[in-house]
Design a protein around this ligand. Structure first.
Ligand code: FAD
Length: 411
């Protein structure tokens, strides 16, 4: 440990001296990852400054927009440990059954929470509800100094400290911190300041999302159906509501967005079929390009990248935020009492190795899921069907697949 962070007390559990720094950790980004990290560190005795560029107002176009998130059982445990799960419960729908199929081929996989011995296969929640609850918890925490709207412009680091430049209400502000964490999303300013290259894969497709109601209740069933042009899915929300996902090739998505509601539903039915009677009351549609981005390094000196700042996932396996929450979990779990090791090179290196392993596993599994299901050969199509039928009669293998989506590859 270096001089500036040295705990001069003989008691290793005594918190770090806080006099020479404006803050222990400056977190850039008030998305779900930055907010959860702020809560976890404050609960362990750290003084936090959280800098967020956009005021978290309802309807804002950010990660707490109209999207619906599927959270894994592992994410539930993390949110519970942070003390926010109870407040989220009224907004959460637990997924009890998952139905996976492919258009035009035999084969079907069914998964049930009961059969897997878990309370749920996953949980769906509107990102806007998650955002409101996380922001309320952060605002209630006196150890977190929220700077919003404010933007991190850049930073410099020495062996002892990080000096960060912000812009707040048009004014320049400089703060010293022991550590800076970039949880500032795919276009991360922290990553750019560190000069780390971003690897990108464009899947040449867009995901169209909407909320839709059905005549009959969904009874906590989720559906995913693979087609030659991309997957379609239904994720349960309130009793009759679903998140609808329609992945379309880049060349087609604008035509699909321009369709009338009735014509769009017809196009969706042609792929997914009717599952709970007719589809009614569809919301406005939004579309997102499907890309995977990845940064090989997540630690440079006293700077750490977490969440989308270091990895952005194709949503087919709904792992983006789940993976980001595991970044937070691994960091918090590696900390010693009093956070005495927080800026130690050994701790940060171990953290980086753990995260790299988990990121690569999830990206590999997600990629093979996409590649297998987009293969055009009818033979491959039948093989997929057989594989799904085999999964259906091989409970152990099915459990492993379910564990990937419930808890993530790294656990
Ligand atoms: C359509 C869609 C569906 C998805 N569904 C799922 C799902 O079902 N399950 C799942 O696990 N994941 C899902 N994801 C992924 C999930 O939304 C992201 O992984 C998650 O939002 C990443 O959180 P984050 O906090 O890392 O980054 P972000 O949410 O991108 O937050 C970054 C924050 O940093 C702020 N910021 C940026 N630059 C600066 C700066 N210089 N100074 C200050 N602040 C700054 C931004 O304003 C923003 O608030 C989905 C994504 C999409 C697009």
């Amino acid at each position: 440990m270096d001089a500036a962070t040295m705990n001069t007390s003989n008691n290793p559990a005594e918190p770090l001296d806080k006099t020479t720094f404006d803050t222990d950790v400056l977190i850039v980004g008030g998305g779900p990852v930055g907010l959860c990290l702020a809560l976890g560190l404050a609960q362990r005795g750290a003084k936090i400054t959280l800098v967020e560029a956009v005021e978290p107002e309802p309807g804002a176009a950010n990660s707490f927009d109209g999207r619906v998130l599927a959270l894994s059982e592992g994410s539930r445990v993390i949110l519970q440990d942070l003390g926010v799960w109870q407040a989220l419960l009224p907004f959460v729908t637990d997924i009890q059954h998952v139905h996976v199929s492919q258009q035009g081929y035999l084969g079907l996989t069914l998964m049930h929470a009961e059969e897997m011995d878990v309370p749920a296969l996953g949980y769906s929640i509107r990102a806007s509800d998650l955002g409101q609850m996380l922001w309320a918890a952060v605002r209630a925490e006196s150890a977190i100094d929220v700077r919003c709207p404010a933007k991190v412009i850049g930073f410099e680091q020495t062996d002892e400290a990080v000096t960060i430049s912000l812009e707040q209400q048009g004014q320049p502000v400089t703060l010293n911190a022991r550590l800076i964490v970039g949880a500032d999303g795919t276009d991360s300013q922290v990553r750019k300041t560190l000069g780390l290259p971003l690897q990108q894969k464009d899947y040449g497709a867009w995901a169209i999302l909407a909320q839709v109601e059905t005549e009959q209740p969904h009874q906590r069933w989720a559906f995913e159906r693979f087609t030659s042009e991309g997957p379609v899915a239904l994720l349960p929300l309130e009793t009759h509501s679903h998140k609808l996902v329609y992945v379309a090739p880049k060349a087609d998505y604008q035509k699909l967005l321009a369709l009338s509601d009735a014509d769009f539903i017809q196009a969706f039915v042609a792929k997914m079929g009717e599952r709970f009677g007719r589809y009614v009351n569809i919301s406005a549609r939004v579309a997102y390009p499907l890309k995977e981005t990845y940064v090989e390094r997540v630690v440079v000196g006293r700077a750490v990248l977490m969440g989308n700042a270091s990895h952005t996932q194709h949503p087919v396996a709904a792992q983006g935020l789940n993976l980001g929450l595991r970044d937070v979990e691994d960091f918090l779990q590696g900390l010693q009492p009093g956070l005495v090791n927080m800026t130690d090179a050994a701790f940060l290196q171990t953290y980086e190795q753990q995260r790299r392993r988990d990121h690569k596993k999830v990206m590999g599994l997600t990629d093979s899921l996409i590649r297998i299901f987009e293969h055009p050969s009818p033979l491959v199509g039948h093989a997929r069907g057989l594989a799904m039928m085999a999964l259906q009669v091989m409970p152990k293998l099915k459990k492993r697949l379910a564990r990937f989506s419930m808890q993530g590859a790294g656990k």
